[in-house]
Design a protein around this ligand. Sequence first.
Ligand SMILES: C[S@@+](CC[C@H](N)C(=O)[O-])C[C@H]1O[C@@H](n2cnc3c(N)ncnc32)[C@H](O)[C@@H]1O
Length: 225
Amino acid sequence: MTIDILTLFPNMFNGILNESIIKRAINNNLVKINVIDFRAYSTFSNMQVDDTPYGGGKGMVLMCEPVVRAIEDLKKEDSLVILTCPQGKTYNEKMAFDLKKYKHLIIVCGHYEGYDERIRNFVDLEVSIGDYILTGGEIPAMVIVDSVTRLLEGVIKEESYFEDSFTNNLLDYPTYTKPRDFRGLLVPEVLLSGNHEKIKEYRLQEQIKRTKERRPDLLKRENEK
Ligand SMILES: C[S@@+](CC[C@H](N)C(=O)[O-])C[C@H]1O[C@@H](n2cnc3c(N)ncnc32)[C@H](O)[C@@H]1O
């Protein structure tokens, strides 16, 4: 998969692309991630990309020209263009599974007051990462990059993400590590039994119990994958 990220602040991505699992996925050619400053697509000599809103009001608005020129330059037949936007569809694990099927994602990061409304005509999907406002689309883009990349073949073992929260509409089971006794808080006996069948059953029951207690809404959803 190739992911092109259009942003005014490319340096914000230095951390996520140069650490841990995402870095390894890039180095192993499992994903290619290009961070592109869409100022390069400005038609102004001073690289201007935003202007004041028609009708008055607060903040600066990203102009159509640089954003649409960038999309048109990068877009291929099998690309999916995503606009990060608080008014978009709320992101979840099912969407991450859907996105992993594409060969090419283009993610547009807004900033300031948002976009010229007409930009929406040039994107395939608008994504929100939750009901709160961030200063820009860079963190939402990182959320998408991270959650999709970990699902790509070869990045992590399939069995690890199949038991993670939200896959199969269940929360993950509780996990423990050494010591067995931490200030009187004990590791459940079954996990020390060595009986793999029993452990499997215990974990599934814990997943169901937790989900009922914490996120009963998940149990009513269609299968996530
Ligand atoms: C300050 S926000 C603009 C908010 C816009 N005026 C509104 O109220 O809908 C600037 C940019 O940050 C990004 N952004 C902010 N919150 C977001 C969220 N919850 N999900 C996705 N993108 C978000 C978008 O790219 C947005 O264009």
